[in-house]
Each structure stands twice: as C-alpha cells, then as structure tokens.
Design a protein around this ligand. Structure first.
Ligand code: ATP
Ligand code: MG
Length: 284
C-alpha cells in the first residue's frame, strides 16, 4: 500500500478542472482522520493499494484516483463528513426510501454519510447487476465507495456535458442508448436514477457509463414517477429532442407491468416492441 509521492499525483493536465490549484493540496488536507481510517480499512482488505490524487471535487464528495493490488486504476468516491449541507440536501431521499424505514438514523452526520454511501453502493450494485451501463462497484467502507475507473490511462472519461452533443460521434445512438439504460434501470433494477443529466453520464470509447447513483430511489418511492420524468426531460433537453418526460415516463411505467423478452442488443421487447418503437407509435 501507500500514498504515492507528489510526483505520482499527476493526473494528465487535460483531465483537470479549472480548479487546478486544488490538485496541489497535500493529501493530509484532503483527508481527515475519519476518512483516513476508511482508506486504511480498504487497504487492509486489499481493495486499495495506492492513492494517486483527486479527479473531481463536488459539493458533497470528492472522487480520487487510486490503484488496486494488481495496479489497475480504480475510482474512490469519498463523501465529506464535515459539511452540514449534506443533511439538508439528502435527508429527504433517505427518509423516503423504504429500505431505511426501520433504521434509526441518528442526527449524527457520520451516520447519515455512511447510510448515503451504502445507499449509493447498493443502487450502483443493483443497476450494474441489471446490466445497466455503470461503473462496476467494488466495495464500500464507511464514507468511501470504490468502483471501476472509467477512463483512458489515468485520464477520466469526459461527461456528456464536457463534450456537448456535437462532441459525440453519433448523438442519435448515444441518445437511444441512454433511453435503453433508463428503461433497464426501471424494469430490471426497479430503480429511478433521480439525478440523471449530462453531468452524470460519462462517454468512453463511444459508449456511456451512468454514474452518481446516490439519489436513486426504488420504483415504489412516492416521488419516483416525477423523478423519472425529470431524468427524461434532462436527457431530452440536452439532445434537443421534442419529447415530454412525463409521457415517456408513463410509457416506461406501463411497459414495466407487462411481460418482456430481451433482444440481442439488450433492448426489452414488450408486446413485440422496443422502447423506441413504442415511443414512435405512441408519441411519434
Ligand atoms: N468511476 C469513475 N471513473 C472515472 N471518473 C469518475 C468516476 N466516478 C466519478 N468520476 C468523476 O468524478 C466526477 C464526479 O462524480 P459524481 O458525479 O459521482 O460525484 P458528485 O458528488 O455528484 O460530484 P458533482 O457534485 O460534481 O456532480 C465525475 O464527473 C467524473 O469526472
Ligand atoms: Mg454528479
């Protein structure tokens, strides 16, 4: 194991954000004692061998590049434990989730953060098992989620937002690939992502990976339908497609109640139709 020397903290420049100076913070400033203990547990379990440096810094979490024992890059999403905005912004999701109903969630922010990390890991795992294009989940340890690194070398894949529609090789194909994955998430993982947008879809080798599953809710969640419609509206807006989120969400929900088959491309076939055919027929 060990934290690499400063020389190794050298994610290629192109992959850095405009907040470049943050890459030169020392690792001690990046990780508090609580987070260090989480990281050491992952090292002791053999999940993490080397910690390389930050890939991204969000409001509630940082994503760090690391290597496993085989020298393969992995991504660590580390939730902050020192921000009270966490409770405000996330409490409603956890409390509305039936899986957390019988759980006594203390006001202690650590418990909330740990519940959130486990929830994201559980959602990501369910999506991945359902064949949804998402990073492979590896482990969760308190506030740290380890997953497959999506990128080229040590350079993370861009988001759809980074590229814009014009930056995609085949926007039409990417659009339908997202819709195929949204339906798979709903029908097979029985989840709604609930934070889907061009910011949470990575584009790698002409293919997509949906990330950031912390907000996802079970299909039975009282607000699930609204989140599904909003997710779809975000996709339609990004691609400039004149479809209505609520109408497509209704179509997906109806199809989910019917028997289905899968074709060789992973499309669900319901009453002889794939989602794009059903959309074309109902709304086209
Ligand atoms: N598995 C991964 N492989 C490569 N890069 C990743 C991975 N997961 C996350 N990232 C990078 O980290 C960024 C933030 O990840 P994510 O969306 O999960 O966190 P977040 O807390 O929502 O951050 P933000 O507030 O910026 O949205 C992504 O845009 C991407 O650049
Ligand atoms: Mg995000």
């Amino acid at each position: 194991m060990l934290v690499s020397s400063a020389d190794d903290i050298d994610v290629e420049r192109e992959s850095r954000t405009e907040k470049d100076h943050e890459y030169f913070e020392t690792l001690d400033e990046v990780f508090n004692a609580y987070t260090w203990r989480s990281l050491f547990s992952l090292m002791n379990k053999g999940v993490v061998d080397q910690i390389l440096g930050p890939l991204s810094q969000g409001k509630e979490a940082r994503v760090i590049l690391a290597k496993d024992r085989k020298g393969v890059y992995i991504a660590l999403k580390i939730y902050y434990t020192t921000t009270s905005t966490f409770i405000k912004s996330r409490y409603k999701y956890i409390m509305g989730d039936p899986r957390f109903k019988n759980k006594k969630i203390k006001k202690d922010i650590i418990d909330i953060v740990e519940a959130w990390s486990r929830k994201e890991f559980g959602n990501l795992s369910a999506a991945y098992r359902a064949g949804v294009k998402a990073p492979r989940p590896i482990a969760v340890e308190r506030n740290v989620l380890a997953m497959e690194f999506i990128g080229e070398g040590n350079r993370p894949a861009p988001t759809l937002n980074d590229l814009g529609v014009d930056g995609l090789d085949d926007p039409d194909e990417v659009f339908w690939e997202i819709l195929r994955n949204v339906e798979r998430t709903y029908v097979l993982a029985k989840l709604v992502h609930a934070d889907l947008s061009e910011f949470n879809i990575l584009y790698h080798n002409g293919d997509i990976r949906i990330i950031d599953w912390g907000s996802a809710v079970k299909r039975e969640h009282p607000l699930a339908f609204g989140y599904l419609a909003r997710d779809l509206d975000n996709v339609f807006r990004f691609f400039g497609v004149g479809l209505e989120g609520r109408r497509v969400a209704r179509l997906i929900a109806e199809r989910a109640g019917e028997p289905y088959e899968e074709d060789e491309d992973g499309w669900l076939v319901v009453k002889g139709k794939r989602l794009y055919e059903a959309i074309d027929e109902a709304l086209g």
